[in-house]
Design a protein around this ligand. Structure first.
Ligand code: ADP
Ligand code: MG
Length: 595
C-alpha cells in the first residue's frame, strides 16, 4: 500500500465536486464574489445553459495583479482577516470557488483594482495556471468560464437540458437579487435579456425588488414583517393566505443576506400558516433573518445554502410568532387577486381594451349577437335567484350601510352566495366558507374559556372505519371530548358517537368521523391534539357548516356578515380560500365604461 499526497489539481477537482454541481453553482459563487466586492451592477451572460460559456462582469473594487494570482490559489481569501470563523460578514470565506472552477473548466479573470492605472488578466484551464498579463478593462472585474467540466467529463453527463440549467441560473440570480435590491442585475443568454432587475432605491427598495421577482400580486397582498427577539431580527414580507401556491417555489428565506434552503425555516412557515391554509398549499413569503454571526454556522456545506442555528427553537419561535401576529392583525382583509380575478371574469364579452381604456366595446353601437342573447335571457326570471325571503334583505337596514365593512345583505343567490351592499361597492360572500371559518373560531374561543358545549345525540350513531383508524380515534377520545365530541369504541373497527359540539348544529357525522380519522393519521402520536387544533376545528366546522345550498333569510344573512366582521381571520376559510370578495363601485363602473 502506498499513501501519497494528492497533487493540487486533484485536490481542487475533489473540492469542485462539492462546490460546483452545475452552471448555476458557478454563477452563484461568482456573483457572490461580485457582491462581496461592493459591486452596484452585475452583468451575467450564459450560453448553452452555461455549459460552454459563462461570464460575470461587475463594477466592484477589483483586484491588483498580485491579488489576481492569489485569488486562484486554494484557501486564499480576503474575507477572513482575523482567522475567526465566528465573524463571517461576507458571502464567501472558504477561498475555494475560484481554484475549484479553474480545476474543472477554462477560467479567466480580468480585473482592474480601484484607482489602478491598468487592468490584468490570468487564466486557469483544468488546473494549469497561466501567467498574469496586462489587459484592457475600464473598472471592476470580468470573469469568464468556458467548457464547464471539460476536465471531469463524468460530471458532464449529469447536466440537464439547456433550458433546465438556465432556469437554475435564473433562480439563483433571483434569490441573490432579492437580498441585494441596491444592486442591478442583468442575465443574458447570448440572444436576449432573460432577467433584468434595475437597482432599486428609496424606502421601498426591498419591496420593489421583491415585487419585480415574485410578481405584483405579492406587493398588493403581503404584510410587512418586522420583529425582534434577543439579538435576532426578522424582516421582510409575508403573503396573505389567499395568495398561495401548490409548492414552496415562492418561499424565499435569507439568513444574514444569504439565500438559504433550510428545513427548520420551511417548517416554521408551515407552522405559522397552519390555521389559515390547507396542508398542501404554500404561502408566498420573503423573510430576512439577521442574527449575530456567532449564533449561526454557515459552514455546514461548501455550497453554503444550509445553516445551523445555535438556538433553533428561538429562531422558530420568532418566525412563527411574527407571522401569526401579522396574519391576525390583517384581520379579514381579502386578497385583491381574488377580486381582480372576479373582475376579469366579469368583463363584458367583446370588450377588447384594458380597464377604462374604451377599447372595442362591441355592445356600444349595435348589439353583438352574443350580447343580445344574453340581454334576452336577462328579461326572463333567473331560476337561481332567491327573491322570496331575502329581498329586500331586511327593511330599515339601509341607513347603517356605511357603518358595516361588509355592508348590508341584499340577496342570496344560487343558495350559496350572499350579496351585500357596502358604502362603495358590493360584497359577495361564500356562505359555506364563511361559516366554516366562524365555527372554527367559535370552537377555539369556547376552548379558551373553559370548554366546548356538547349536545347529546338522541340516537347514538355508529360509524364503521378500518381498525387502525378506529383505534387511533379511540386513543384520542379524551382529547376529542374536550373539543365537544364524545365517542367510544364499538366492537372492532367502529366507533359510536354519543355527543357532538352543540355549535355544530346539524352535522354529517359519518363524514366528520372519517375525516377526523384521516387527520389523526397525520398527527404524530407524541403530539397533543390541541397542537393541531386548527386542523381538527376546520374538519369539524366543515361538516357542521351552513353548507352551500341552504337558504338563509335576511336576518340570518346579516347576522353572518356581522359575525364575520367581529371574527379574526374571517377573510379566508381555513383552507386558504377567500370567504368573500369585494368589488368596488369604481371598478364596476369601469366595467361598464362609465369611467
Ligand atoms: P472566497 O469568496 O471564499 O474568498 P473565492 O475563491 O471565491 O473565495 O475568491 C477568492 C478571492 O478572490 C476573494 O476572497 C476576493 O478577494 C477575490 N475576488 C474574487 N472575485 C472577486 C471580484 N469579483 N472582485 C474582487 N475580488 C474578487
Ligand atoms: Mg467566493
Amino acid at each position: 500500500m502506498t499513501i501519497r499526497r494528492l497533487p493540487e489539481t486533484v485536490i481542487n477537482r475533489i473540492a469542485a465536486g462539492e462546490v460546483v454541481e452545475r452552471p448555476a453553482s458557478v454563477i452563484k459563487e461568482l456573483v457572490e464574489n461580485s457582491i462581496d466586492a461592493g459591486a452596484k451592477r452585475i452583468d451575467v451572460t450564459i450560453r448553452d445553459g452555461g455549459r460552454t460559456f459563462m461570464s460575470i462582469t461587475d463594477d466592484g473594487h477589483g483586484m491588483t495583479a498580485d491579488e489576481l494570482s492569489l485569488a486562484i490559489e486554494r484557501h486564499a481569501t480576503s474575507k477572513l482577516p482575523s482567522d475567526e470563523l465566528l465573524e463571517i460578514k461576507s458571502l464567501g470565506f472558504r477561498g475555494e470557488a475560484l481554484p475549484s472552477i479553474g480545476a474543472i473548466a477554462r477560467l479567466s479573470l480580468t480585473s482592474r483594482a480601484d484607482g489602478a492605472e491598468d487592468a490584468w488578466t490570468i487564466t486557469v484551464e483544468g488546473g494549469d495556471v497561466g501567467a498574469v498579463s496586462p489587459a484592457a478593462l475600464a473598472q471592476g472585474t470580468r470573469i469568464e468560464v468556458r467548457d464547464l467540466f471539460f476536465a471531469t467529463p463524468a460530471r458532464l453527463k449529469f447536466l440537464k437540458t439547456e433550458k433546465t440549467e438556465q432556469s437554475h441560473t435564473v433562480d439563483t440570480l433571483k434569490r441573490l437579487a432579492m437580498a441585494y435590491p441596491g444592486i442591478g442585475f442583468v442575465l443574458n443568454d447570448g440572444d436576449r435579456e432573460v432577467l433584468k432587475l434595475p437597482a432599486c432605491g428609496g424606502p421601498d427598495a426591498r419591496l420593489d425588488r421583491l415585487a419585480a421577482v415574485m410578481g405584483r400580486d405579492f406587493r398588493d397582498n403581503s404584510l410587512a414583517i418586522d420583529a425582534a427577539r434577543e439579538d435576532m431580527r426578522l424582516t421582510g414580507f409575508a403573503g396573505l393566505p389567499t395568495l398561495n401556491r401548490g409548492n414552496a417555489m415562492m418561499q424565499f428565506l435569507f439568513v444574514n443576506g444569504r439565500p438559504v434552503r433550510d428545513k427548520l425555516l420551511y417548517g416554521a412557515l408551515k407552522g405559522a400558516y397552519r390555521e389559515f391554509l390547507a396542508y398542501d398549499r404554500y404561502p408566498l413569503v420573503a423573510l430576512f433573518l439577521d442574527i449575530l454571526p456567532d449564533a449561526v454556522d454557515v459552514n455546514v456545506h461548501p455550497a453554503k445554502t444550509e445553516v445551523r442555528f445555535r438556538d433553533a427553537g428561538l429562531v422558530r419561535g420568532l418566525i412563527v410568532g411574527a407571522l401569526k401576529h401579522a396574519l391576525a392583525e390583517a384581520g379579514h382583509r381579502a386578497s385583491t387577486t381574488v377580486s381582480q380575478t372576479a373582475l376579469g371574469a366579469a368583463r363584458p364579452q367583446g370588450y377588447g381594451g384594458g380597464y377604462g381604456g374604451g377599447g372595442s366595446y362591441s355592445g356600444r353601437g349595435g348589439m353583438s349577437s352574443g350580447l343580445r342573447e344574453r340581454a334576452d335571457a336577462f328579461h326572463r326570471p333567473l331560476p337561481g335567484l332567491d327573491t322570496q325571503p331575502s329581498a329586500p334583505a331586511q327593511a330599515g337596514m339601509d341607513e347603517y350601510i356605511g357603518d358595516y365593512p361588509l355592508g348590508v345583505a341584499r340577496a342570496q343567490v344560487h343558495e350559496t352566495y350572499v350579496v351585500a351592499q357596502t358604502a362603495d361597492g358590493i360584497i359577495i360572500v361564500d356562505q359555506h366558507a364563511a361559516h366554516e371559518r366562524l365555527v372554527q373560531e367559535r370552537i377555539k374561543t369556547a376552548l379558551d374559556s373553559g370548554g366546548v358545549q356538547r349536545q347529546g345525540m338522541l340516537i347514538p350513531e355508529v360509524v364503521e372505519l378500518d381498525q387502525a383508524a378506529a383505534e387511533q380515534l379511540v386513543a384520542r377520545a379524551g382529547e376529542l371530548a374536550e373539543l365537544g365530541l364524545v365517542i367510544e369504541a364499538f366492537g372492532e373497527g367502529a366507533v359510536v358517537v354519543r355527543e357532538i359540539p352543540a355549535l355544530l348544529g346539524e352535522t354529517d357525522i359519518k363524514g366528520l368521523i372519517q375525516d377526523l380519522a384521516d387527520d389523526l393519521a397525520e398527527v404524530d402520536e407524541g403530539l397533543a391534539l390541541t397542537q393541531r387544533l386548527g386542523d381538527v376545528c376546520a374538519t369539524m366546522a366543515c361538516h357542521g357548516s351552513v353548507r352551500a345550498g341552504r337558504r338563509l333569510n335576511g336576518a340570518e344573512m346579516n347576522a353572518l356578515l356581522r359575525e364575520m366582521e367581529a371574527t379574526p381571520h374571517s377573510g379566508q376559510c381555513s383552507h386558504g380560500r377567500p370567504t368573500y370578495v369585494e368589488l368596488k363601485l369604481a371598478d364596476i363602473e369601469k366595467l361598464f365604461g362609465r369611467r
